[in-house]
Design a protein around this ligand. Structure first.
Ligand code: GLU
Length: 377
């Protein structure tokens, strides 16, 4: 785990995400910006650090070509713009990366592809195989086919997911401001850049709120992505994509942007997928004692602690576990369907067989299949 700036020198695999604002100048895609990022990617590879790129910009590159005056708001026009623009975006990356001596590959994914564990593993294998062949994957959301409920919507979440999927040690989120400030820098001249965030607490998340350039939703989704990654043991940095050699400086351990320290506890395997990609099909509510047993003592979820169930799900489906105040505590794979849980909730495990006429297991969710969230997600 890369627990501080100095440790970033040891990074062997990173994902960087470039937002539309980073890749565009007034007239369109910035060849120079892409070239600079491609050159740094080649340097990192020579230093022994593998790089994956999450690139926005398909809609930005496409809408003008469709003859639209401004960035579209409707799903249909966004999809058409992305279909046109993705070709230009990828062509620009291919050109920049090949000039830097690198072979690139295009990967387009939707949240729906990864919500399914087989899809998740398949994508993971493809990424690993590309990296093993020294290819630089350039990843974007498959905007053309994603309908609203299957969308990430923004690439901060996609970037965090790719970092988890690729088992990267570092995620660098390049944007158009220097990092996270303790106040809105465009309104408050005293605002200062935070070099280090130890923990993304509610008060840190609140720094992203409240309108202005920091509050457009942009910084919030970036912090949420950094938080997910920190909880999975992955370091991240939010920095300005306009800064010269930004990637190289970060990996050298220089004080650039905001560094988010990873938490010591790392998720593994199935828990990783649960926390990052699965979409809960329902929710179960647990009482206080049960909430503590899950979150503090690492116990499995037993029917006795359940006080409510919502949604309709089958055995094996991912479900969210919430406390009585509605805060999400964890995501888990349920051994029982929602209809079965309605019958056994509040009852001791030993009575499951008597109530249902059978028993798959004593636990509704086994602790091995439970990924704790630290709230707020
Ligand atoms: N996938 C979108 C695009 O390529 C970008 C989403 C975002 O900007 O976060 O245009």
């Amino acid at each position: 785990m890369l627990e501080n700036r100095q440790a970033l020198r040891k990074c062997r695999r990173l994902v960087f995400k470039a937002g539309t604002n980073v890749l565009f100048e007034k007239d369109g895609l910035s060849g120079n910006r892409l070239k600079a990022l491609a050159r740094q990617t080649a340097t990192l590879r020579r230093q022994g650090c593998e790089v994956l790129i999450v690139s926005s910009g398909a809609i930005g590159a496409g809408f003008k070509k469709l003859g639209l005056a401004e960035r579209p708001r409707t799903l249909k026009l966004k999809q058409a713009s992305a279909a046109v623009g993705q070709v230009f975006l990828m062509a620009a990356w291919e050109k920049a990366l090949s000039q830097a001596g690198l072979l690139s590959a295009q990967i387009l994914i939707t949240a729906g592809d990864l919500a399914d564990r087989a899809g998740f593993l398949n994508t993971k294998n493809t990424l690993q195989t590309l990296l093993a062949h020294k290819v630089v994957p350039v990843i974007n959301e498959n905007d053309t086919v994603a309908v609203d409920e299957l969308k990430f919507g923004e690439n901060d979440t996609l970037g965090a997911l790719v970092a988890g999927l690729a088992e990267a040690e570092l995620f660098i989120n390049l944007t158009d401001i220097e990092g996270l400030y303790d106040a809105d820098p465009r309104r408050d001249p005293q605002a200062s850049l935070l070099s280090l965030v130890e923990r993304i607490s509610p008060s840190v998340l609140a720094l992203a709120g409240g309108g202005g350039p920091l509050g457009s939703g942009g910084m919030y989704t970036k912090l949420r992505a950094a938080k997910r990654l920190a909880e999975a043991g992955t370091a991240s940095v939010i920095a300005s994509g306009a800064r010269r050699d930004v990637l190289l400086k970060i990996v050298e351990g220089q004080d650039v942007g905001t560094f988010f320290r990873p938490h010591p506890k790392k998720l593994h395997g199935k828990k990783d997928w649960l926390a990052f990609a699965s979409r809960p099909r329902g929710r179960v509510t647990v009482d206080r004692g049960c909430a503590q047993a899950l979150t503090r003592r690492g116990k499995s979820l037993l029917p006795g602690g359940i006080s409510g169930v919502e949604g309709s799900f089958a055995p094996g489906d991912p479900v969210a576990v919430q406390d009585e105040e509605g805060r999400t505590l964890a995501l888990g794979l349920s051994n029982y369907s929602s209809a079965e849980i309605e019958k056994i909730m509040g009852r001791p495990s030993r009575r499951i067989a008597e109530i249902l006429g059978y028993s798959h297991s004593d636990e509704v969710v086994h602790c091995d299949n439970l990924a704790l969230s630290e709230g707020l997600l």
